[in-house]
Write a protein that binds this ligand. Structure first.
Ligand SMILES: C[S@@+](CC[C@H](N)C(=O)[O-])C[C@H]1O[C@@H](n2cnc3c(N)ncnc32)[C@H](O)[C@@H]1O
Length: 249
């Protein structure tokens, strides 16, 4: 049996009781270690579970998935994901492969960045497509995030912008904003400029979380501290949303 277990956003204590009970009976415990970052050390997980936790990098999950699946044929295997386990397509792929191989699986949910942003006070129902900004390289400078913001904003919708994770590198709110400003400079479509209303978030779910709202020029130089960071581009505001944003000015 393969268990997909979301372990929450901050530290070892965010796992659900159900998740913890399942881990107790698992022979092998993998932690997907490349799409997000915990606010604690893996050792803290191992101490709580009293089990060895094997780090699963992109290569293992995407190209050598059979290693995980083969383990789950005749024993219980836990596949831990930071946040919620179904918040990234790569895990859906593993689920589909398990199904193909007739391996039973179960999903144990947890909080995800996708709903944790609810704390900001912008209605979750009023977000458009979520997008992400990858670290640009000399030959790869995608403008997808800009296009998604353009589309969402044209409908008055908010945009959640996830920021690249390439351990040990984590994109900051500041870097995310400056990538979008560079694209605006080039395209000049008035999608994202110094006056655009944004919310920068860091370490949602942790005690030392930071949320700051304001125009791009208010936010671009603020220090949000340790990873993980994400950015919200604000769409059309209801008066209650306006009030909520004042909390984070
Ligand atoms: C692929 S998503 C993680 C999905 C994860 N499985 C979940 O359910 O939350 C990773 C990106 O989400 C954002 N993110 C994740 N957790 C966060 C947190 N606690 N605070 C702020 N941003 C976060 C960051 O931009 C990060 O690069």
């Amino acid at each position: 049996m393969l268990y997909f277990i979301g372990i929450g956003l901050a530290d070892e204590r965010d796992i659900s009781l159900r998740g913890l009970e399942v881990i107790e009976k698992c022979k092998k415990v993998y932690l997907e270690s490349y799409t997000s970052k915990l606010q604690c050390d893996v050792k803290a997980l191992e101490k709580l579970y009293d089990k060895k936790v094997v780090l699963a990098d992109r290569k293992l999950v995407e190209r050598e998935a059979d290693t995980i699946l083969d383990d789950a044929v005749d024993s219980d295997v836990a596949f831990l994901v930071i946040g919620d386990s179904m918040g990234a397509t790569t895990h859906t792929d593993l689920m589909l492969r398990a199904r193909e191989k007739k391996i039973k699986f179960e999903v144990i949910f947890n909080a995800s960045v996708l709903n944790a942003v609810g704390i900001v006070g912008l209605e979750l129902y009023k977000y458009g497509k979520t997008t992400s900004i990858p670290f640009p390289t000399k030959s790869y400078k995608p403008e997808t995030a800009y296009d998604v913001i353009k589309m969402n904003s044209s409908m008055g919708l908010h945009t959640l912008v996830l920021l690249d994770v390439k351990p040990p590198k984590f994109m900051t709110v500041n870097q995310g904003i400056s990538e979008l400003l560079k694209i605006e400079d080039k395209r000049k479509e008035k999608v994202f400029n110094e006056d655009t209303l944004v919310v920068g978030c860091a370490r949602l779910g942790a005690k030392d979380f930071v949320i700051k709202s304001g125009s791009v020029q208010d936010i671009v130089d603020l220090d949000f501290g340790k990873p993980l960071h994400c950015l919200i581009v604000v769409g059309k505001l209801h008066f209650m949303e306006e009030d909520a944003l004042k909390m984070w000015k």
